[in-house]
Design a protein around this ligand. Structure first.
Ligand SMILES: *[C@@H]1O[C@H](CO)[C@@H](O)[C@H](O)[C@H]1NC(C)=O
Ligand SMILES: *[C@@H]1O[C@H](CO)[C@@H](O)[C@H](O)[C@H]1NC(C)=O
Ligand SMILES: *[C@@H]1O[C@H](CO)[C@@H](O)[C@H](O)[C@H]1NC(C)=O
Ligand SMILES: *[C@@H]1O[C@H](CO)[C@@H](O)[C@H](O)[C@H]1NC(C)=O
Ligand SMILES: *[C@@H]1O[C@H](CO)[C@@H](O)[C@H](O)[C@H]1NC(C)=O
Ligand SMILES: *[C@@H]1O[C@H](CO)[C@@H](O)[C@H](O)[C@H]1NC(C)=O
Ligand SMILES: *[C@@H]1O[C@H](CO)[C@@H](O)[C@H](O)[C@H]1NC(C)=O
Length: 371
């Protein structure tokens, strides 16, 4: 059993470390079949508020949108990560609504985490979407990207004041090493060139989105909400060549108009099928209404439910080179193995005294997570 797992982990290493081949044998974004697909002709899983964690680092903040960090998200197949930028006394921080509520630290630190992942995964294209809450300028934002050393990966489109009719294939983005697509909501496109940051793209020039802040599972909709130019009109949004971003996360309505991410229903919201409001049905519905597959599916608690399976199904791929983000798998990795399902891991672990200790450790972690 362990030799099989060892072999699998070696294979995984081979996939992630290999250089691009001409014959499609190497994976781009977890599949060789995606290499020669246009960036605008694939569906990507997005981790909404990627940096805002509900874990020990935030005392399990109710405002957290994800259970594991950005690195673990990327390892598991997420390729769009989003966050909000706030001006915290002159420094650009990632804060959820306000820095008093949840402060995830410096923007440049988080960008550095993404850069490190991209360095280690040279055959992957990553998209970052930042909400520019305090209207920071292109020059201020650029400085953060430079500090992180990630600006060098930034993709610069031929045209930055209108949506691209044809995006490059993943393979050409990878070959040019312009593997970072950066969207800012909002940023005046006329300011980026002069700031030396033509890779900072105004989100709504290139992307349209359906509504968010949904608090009822029956209320998800594919109708464009932003930008105003295409709001309410699917035909116009699609024919404008904008990429489609489908927000699909549920908030829990609390007293005083406060909403928090609905973690209790996340596994249903992110499911491939099942009760009303599941991601699989929503993605199929939007694909039908758009007349093409949605480009991004943006979810909270991405590892709850089967969000990535929905994405793989739409892309028609069998993925390679991913690792699961659960505490079970973290423990498993520390044992030097790298594959398998939760069920088989638990079965394997029950068979040995070391396994029993590991299970106790996992139990403690689960208790800590639920406090
Ligand atoms: C693909 O190309 C690589 C490197 O040139 C080669 O080693 C491999 O055998 C090729 N695979 C197929 C299926 O042709
Ligand atoms: C990708 O490769 C396949 C098989 O070689 C080919 O049929 C298809 O036209 C290519 N697509 C693009 C976008 O180049
Ligand atoms: C998108 O990719 C699919 C699968 O390779 C292909 O059949 C389709 O023609 C592509 N669409 C466009 C618009 O390139
Ligand atoms: C992300 O989380 C993993 C555990 O899942 C941890 O090992 C790693 O250090 C974290 N990375 C960062 C940059 O916080
Ligand atoms: C950020 O905050 C500092 C001090 O709080 C202020 O001086 C600066 O103008 C702000 N920057 C922006 C872009 O609002
Ligand atoms: C559902 O959507 C409708 C139409 O946008 C809105 O009027 C209603 O308040 C929403 N209901 C809930 C519970 O969010
Ligand atoms: C979803 O998670 C809840 C716990 O939060 C659990 O009770 C329920 O069985 C799960 N449902 C599915 C379909 O996995």
């Amino acid at each position: 059993m362990y030799s099989v797992l060892l072999l699998l982990s070696l294979l995984r290493f081979t996939f992630s470390a290999a250089v691009p081949a001409q014959n499609g044998s190497v994976a781009c974004n977890n599949s060789p079949a995606l290499c020669n697909r246009s960036y605008s002709n694939i569906t990507q899983l997005g981790a909404h508020d990627s940096a805002f964690l509900r874990d020990a680092s935030t005392d399990n903040s109710q405002s957290g949108n994800q259970l594991v960090n950005t690195t673990a998200q990327l390892n598991a197949g997420v390729r769009l990560v989003t966050a909000q930028i706030h001006n915290n006394s002159g420094s650009l921080h990632l804060c959820h609504t306000s820095c008093d509520l949840l402060d995830a630290g410096l923007l440049s630190t988080w960008l550095g985490e993404i850069k490190a992942w991209m360095d280690a995964n040279p055959n992957d294209v990553v998209t970052v979407l930042l909400v520019n809450s305090d209207d920071n300028t292109a020059a201020q934002l650029h400085q953060e990207f430079v500090t992180a050393g990630i600006d060098k990966y930034g993709f610069v489109p031929s045209e930055n004041t209108q949506a691209l009719q044809t995006w490059p294939t993943l393979q050409s983005l990878i070959a040019a090493n312009t593997r970072l697509i950066t969207f800012i909501a909002d940023l005046d496109p006329s300011t980026t060139e002069v700031a030396g940051a033509p890779y900072l793209l105004d989100e709504f020039t290139f992307v349209f989105e359906n509504p968010f802040q949904v608090t009822d599972a029956t209320n998800f909709s594919c109708i464009p909400d932003r930008p105003a130019a295409v709001a309410g009109n699917i035909q116009e949004a699609v024919s404008s060549n904008r990429l489609s971003l489908v927000n699909h996360f549920l908030d829990l309505q609390e007293a005083l108009g406060i909403t928090v991410p609905d973690i209790a229903n996340a596994n249903l919201t992110n499911a491939n099928s099942g009760p009303v409001g599941n991601l699989g049905a929503a993605a199929a519905d939007c694909a039908r209404q758009f007349g093409k597959q949605p480009n991004y599916l943006l979810v909270d608690f991405f590892d709850q439910g089967s969000a990535i399976e929905t994405v793989d199904k739409i892309n028609g791929i069998t993925p390679v080179g991913r690792s699961q983000p659960s505490s079970l798998t973290d423990t498993q990795q520390s044992l030097g193995t790298n594959a398998g399902t939760k069920d088989t891991i638990v079965n394997d672990l029950f068979g040995s005294p070391l396994g029993a200790l590991v299970l106790i450790g996992i139990g403690l972690q689960i208790v800590m997570v639920s406090l």
